[in-house]
Design a protein around this ligand. Structure first.
Ligand code: ZN
Length: 253
């Protein structure tokens, strides 16, 4: 369900039944002349649209205003829109704290932008990861008081970690494409991989008649196909199902 459409009694049911709560996270960034600037975020949104029909989940309004950077192109006339990590952190920390206060404990965010080396991280995901950690510390210190971790009732903390039951698992970060998926599907910027994905997921954000060969990273977009995009989409959906059903998510970290 979309969070903004939910009634309070539905939110209480979702909390009681531990539904996953998902933030599609991304940026607005120049993706060559042939792709919409929201590509990275749209890929997450469109995959979640498909999964929403399959399982109980809450989809938060997507956040498009990440740190696109101007590494690909300056913003003038291209559409790249960059909000720096320090500004994102304050926003994200308050948002996560608010979601914890509502009662959600299975919060996830998925991001596709600059996520090819997710362990090291990039400004948008690092800002949201750090904000998530800080929100959890702040929330637990407020509810359980300082010394909560040293309390005797936490004596099984390390044992519980393997079950993923401790507070630091309340908010989890995921790349849309895991290293395993990247071995089977091209990870690129506005090239064959992303263009194929948009053909399969969001053809309204694509116009191949505008494609040009000027940028090195868009050259192989002419090889894109909806069929390849469907392969990528299905790999992504399979991984998302695993993550959101719980249990197997450690494989992607
Ligand atoms: Zn992209």
């Amino acid at each position: 369900m979309r969070f903004e459409l939910m009634l309070p009694h539905q939110i209480r049911t979702a909390i009681a039944e531990s539904w996953p709560v998902i933030l599609p996270l991304g940026v607005l960034e120049y993706h060559g002349e042939h792709l919409g600037v929201g590509m990275d975020t749209l890929a997450v949104v469109k995959c979640l649209d498909i999964l929403e029909a399959e399982m109980n989940m809450i989809i938060l309004p997507p956040f498009y205003y990440g740190a696109s950077s101007y590494a690909v192109a300056p913003p003038e006339g291209t559409g790249s829109l960059h909000v720096g990590a320090p500004a994102l952190m304050g926003f994200a920390q308050d948002m996560f704290k608010g979601l914890l206060r509502i009662g959600f404990r299975k919060i996830h965010f998925f991001i596709h932008h600059q996520s090819e080396n997710f362990t090291a991280g990039m400004p948008t995901d690092l800002a949201f990861k750090l904000a998530a950690r800080q929100a959890i510390f702040e929330f637990v210190e407020k509810t359980d008081g300082e010394g909560w971790w040293g309390n005797a009732k936490m004596a099984d903390y390390y044992a519980q970690q393997s079950k993923g039951d401790d507070p630091f698992n309340w908010i989890k970060a995921h790349p849309l494409m895991t290293p395993d998926i990247i071995t089977q599907f091209p990870f690129d910027h506005a090239g064959k991989g992303e263009t194929s994905l948009m053909m399969a997921l969001c053809p309204e954000a694509l116009d191949m008649s505008k494609h040009d060969q000027e940028n090195w990273y868009t050259k192989d977009a002419i090889e894109a196909s909806a069929k390849l995009g469907e392969k990528g989409r299905d790999l992504i959906l399979a991984q998302m199902r695993k993550v959101l059903a719980g249990g197997m998510e450690m494989k992607s970290h």
